[in-house]
Ligand binder design. Structure first.
Ligand code: 9Z3
Length: 351
């Protein structure tokens, strides 16, 4: 088992998504996309080249699913962090978004606590389960380390001792049981291809698979055929930078209809205007016909979310007291989803 885990790790550790693929510089053989027509999901995958490392990810993911499902564990794909849209092939500039991956990394921990195995599809260098507690902004580890009396060892100070003991115990248990697989992405293009691949691999476990799509996915992208190879020069086009983006294909439709038709799918809807949140979440649910949309506002996402299902809307809120005691809203979200997933699996069994 350890060898298999090492093998998965070795394969995935060679994948560096933030390094641009200079080989695939502008490909003029690709037809130009019509500006006004939305690019549908099929043509996106037909007209764009998959990332070169995808077969490595495929091997790692297949082995992880095989082992974990063999141990009768349910598997959740958690997506996390923001996708980028490169403006140049040798990427100097790109469009990004705010997400640090807090929702995804936190949720992954609560799924693991519930006995799920987790494939963590995350923006490279964004927050990770467990290590997130000691990032450079929260509890910078170096600030809590000190030399032992003999100066030969390093010790953790009293402030962090309790937290570190608890996080380390959970992390080591998860590692020893090979329950967490980290898969990186950087661009929206890499995200879409990797999501499709993992969904197809997960289809072998049917309703035991759960999708929890918390990544902040760009709504717009620049087709490969229009990305210049080199850094855009400031004197080009009269000194202006005019970016003409296409809408990202509605990949959720494909996920629900064909990549993972039997799995339970949870997506997030992010808005900043509270008057449209529920309406937008319900539209997404009706359009894609999946099981749950969790609506959240940028401003309050850490304290309240709304579960939108075909026949219900239900707010989950942290009380003031809970928020002050640093209770995480994901500790309320995940047990509810796990219960819904159980019902989903039972309903599929009786079909
Ligand atoms: C979310 O709404 C996540 O909860 C956040 C988490 C990105 C707000 P943080 O990383 O933030 O914890 O700071 N994710 C989904 C965002 C998204 O792109 N949704 C699409 C949409 O709104 C649908 S897939 O249309």
């Amino acid at each position: 088992m350890a060898t298999r885990e090492n093998n998965e790790k070795r394969l995935l550790s060679r994948v560096a998504t933030s390094v641009p693929d200079a080989q695939s510089a502008i490909d003029r053989s690709l037809p130009e996309f019509p500006a006004a027509t939305p690019i549908d999901e099929d043509s996106y995958f037909r007209l764009h080249k998959p990332p070169a490392y995808l077969s490595q990810i495929s091997t790692g993911v297949a082995s992880f699913i095989n082992e974990n499902h063999g141990r009768r564990r349910k598997i959740v794909l958690v997506t996390s962090g923001g996708t980028t849209v490169p403006l140049e092939n040798n990427t100097v500039r790109f469009i990004d978004n705010f997400s640090a991956g807090t929702r995804g990394a936190t949720s992954a921990e609560y799924f693991l606590e519930q006995g799920y195995s987790v494939i963590f599809l995350h923006r490279e260098f964004s927050l990770l389960p467990y290590s997130r507690h000691f990032s450079h902004t929260t509890n910078c580890l170096l600030d809590h380390l000190q030399f032992s009396q003999d100066g030969e060892r390093v010790e953790v100070d009293g402030v962090l001792q309790k937290d570190l003991l608890s996080v380390l115990a959970q992390y080591q248990k998860v590692k020893a049981n090979n329950m967490l697989l980290l898969v990186p992405f950087t661009t929206v293009h890499q995200y879409l291809f990797t999501l499709k691949l993992i969904a197809q691999e997960l289809s072998v476990i049917g309703s035991d698979a759960l999708f929890y799509l918390a990544a902040a996915v760009s709504d717009f992208f620049l087709p490969t055929s229009r990305i210049p190879e080199h850094k855009i020069q400031s004197q080009e086009h009269g000194g202006k930078l005019v970016v003409d983006l296409e809408p990202v294909p509605k990949f959720l439709r494909r996920l629900v209809d064909s990549w993972a038709p039997i799995a339970m799918i949870v997506s997030f809807k992010l808005e900043t205007d509270n008057t449209i949140l529920i309406k937008k979440a319900r539209t997404a649910l009706e359009r894609y016909n999946h099981q749950l949309v969790i609506g959240n506002l940028l401003q309050t996402r850490k304290y309240e979310v709304v579960f939108v299902t075909p026949d219900n809307e239900h707010w989950i809120r942290l009380s003031k007291d809970a928020a002050e005691h640093k209770v995480e809203i994901e500790s309320l979200i995940i047990p509810r989803i796990v219960a819904m997933h159980k019902t989903w699996i039972e309903s599929r069994e009786t079909m």
